[in-house]
Design a protein around this ligand. Sequence first.
Ligand SMILES: [Zn+2]
Length: 292
Amino acid sequence: MSRHFRTQSQPHLRLIIVLSLLLVGGLTCTTFYAVSTPRASIELLPTGTAQAAQAVQAAPAAVQSAKLGPETRVVPENRKQAAREPTLVPDYTLPTITNGLVPVLTKIPTQQKVVFLTIDDGATQLPQDLALLQANGIKASLFLAKTFIAGNPEYFSPFVAAGSRVEDHTISHDLKFLAGSYAQQKAEICGMADYALEHYGRRPVFFRPPGGPYSAVTRKAAADCGMKAIIDWEAKANAGGMDYQQGNALRPGEIVLMHFRPEFANDLQAFVTAQKAAGLKVVLLEDYLQVH
Ligand SMILES: [Zn+2]
C-alpha cells in the first residue's frame, strides 16, 4: 500500500470509517475502509490496527466526533492481539475436597503450554516490582504472610488491581508450623484468610505452608478455613537463576516459586527467560483452575 490516509494534509477531507471484525476460519481479519471526497477514492489500509488507529487519532476531533458513529469501533491493538489467540480451555480440573482434606498440587498435570508464577512472603517491597510484572504481562498468585506485610499491606493493593491474587501463607510464617496442633494450624490459616479479605476484598482459596511441608492435619485445617488446595512447587526462581526439582527446564504446567526479595528483578528475569525458552505462556493459577 503506497498511499496513506492523512487527514492532516487534507483539511477538506470527509471520511466514513467502518471497522469490521470478520472471523473467517478461526482467523480474525480486520478491514479498514476510508472513503474520502472530493476524490471519492476508497483506500484499504493495511490490516495493522495500530496504523488504522493512528489514522483515526490523526483526524481532527470534529471529524472524529462527526464521522465516528456508534457503528464504528476501533479495537485497541492489545485486544486485537487477544482476539487472535485461541481461547485456552484448561484440560485439568481441580480435585474436590475428599474426606475433609484439600488436594495438594506441586505442578498442574497438563501438556498445555502454560506455566504459573507464585510469589511468596512479601517481606521486601520494592517500588518497581509491580511494573516489572506488568512489563512482562504477568499476573501471579501472591502467597503472603501477615507478619511480613502488616506494616504496609497497601503495597500489594495495586498488584491485586492489576490482576494478581493474594493467597494464604499463614499469619506468622512459623517454620515450625507443621508441628502445631490442628487448632494452631487452623488459627494460622484462617487468620491470614481473614486478614487478606479485610485488606484486599477477597478471601484466599489457596494455601501454602511456610517452607512447603504439610500433613493431613494441615490439609484438614486448610479445608476447614475454606481453602480449595495446598499449592507447592517443583521449580524456583532464586538468586537470579532457576532451580528445578526435575530436569533442567520448565515443563508445561509448572508451578514456580519466587519471593518478594531484594533480587526480585533478577529472579523475575530468570523466570521470564526460562518461560520463553520453554515456549510457555504465563497464566494465573486461579484462572486456569477456575477458582475465584
Ligand atoms: Zn514463605
